[in-house]
Design a protein around this ligand. Sequence first.
Ligand SMILES: NC(=O)c1ccc[n+]([C@@H]2O[C@H](COP(=O)([O-])OP(=O)(O)OC[C@H]3O[C@@H](n4cnc5c(N)ncnc54)[C@H](O)[C@@H]3O)[C@@H](O)[C@H]2O)c1
Length: 258
Amino acid sequence: MSERHRGKTAVVTGGANGIGRGIVERLHADGANVVIADIDIASATSLAEVLGASVAAIETDVRDEAALTDCIAQAVDQFGNLDIMVNNAGYIMFSPVVETAADEWRRMMDVNINGIFLGMKAGAQQMIAQGKGGTIVNASSGGGRKGVPNFAHYCATKAAIIMMSQAAAGELAPHRIRVNCYTPGHVETPMMSGLLDKIAGAHGTTRDEAYQALEDEVPWGRWGKVEDVAAAVSWLACVDAEYITGQCIAMNGGQLPW
Ligand SMILES: NC(=O)c1ccc[n+]([C@@H]2O[C@H](COP(=O)([O-])OP(=O)(O)OC[C@H]3O[C@@H](n4cnc5c(N)ncnc54)[C@H](O)[C@@H]3O)[C@@H](O)[C@H]2O)c1
């Protein structure tokens, strides 16, 4: 699509499916070498095979700091640098407060908060060592700006990502490392597909009615596509956005206050 990331290398966590997959495809189309870091190694590998030699797949669980560090080391070995770190991996569950087991809460914190923090840490360490700056982009959510019933656990993690991105941006600016995050609205992905039946069940509607009700919340009049988010992330990671750091960018078709 463009040459804006020619010669750059990106690592995308959770890049095998959904929004992360869209980000991998877009960064690749914009000229970057891309490493897909995902627990779903089968999907990651088949995507890398389709995209070609400038894309690699490495099995990585973002809860595991050593695995993330190793993934980045392999990316640098193969492509020579780390310039863009996209911490996208995350998941959602529908679970009212009083029904959420402590272990489910902890798992949510582990993947959605620790996974983003450890990815940000490992990426920043590598970029500082290289001494050439870089950019880190973290996936938050509209649920990080507005509490959504039955998602207290998820909303807590996504609010944390906004704060950790802001804090890290100030800390890493002297190294010319930018840190931003973004809040998608409703985006058609495997994650949201799995959720629709639960939302429909809770509201006594059909799946189609649940889809429509969410669409009705969007002033732009449609759900988001992974391409919408991927295009904005690619821009946020590029040199044209050099003066943007510590920000949280909503990508949601005009939903407010998200
Ligand atoms: N889809 C939406 O509407 C939406 C809205 C707001 C925010 N988000 C956020 O965007 C991100 C991607 O969402 P999605 O809808 O594409 O999800 P998805 O479930 O479709 O894809 C998530 C990917 O992350 C991977 N993953 C999960 N746990 C992992 C782990 N521990 N280590 C490494 N990889 C792991 C999965 O294998 C999968 O490839 C998430 O952080 C999500 O919270 C999504």
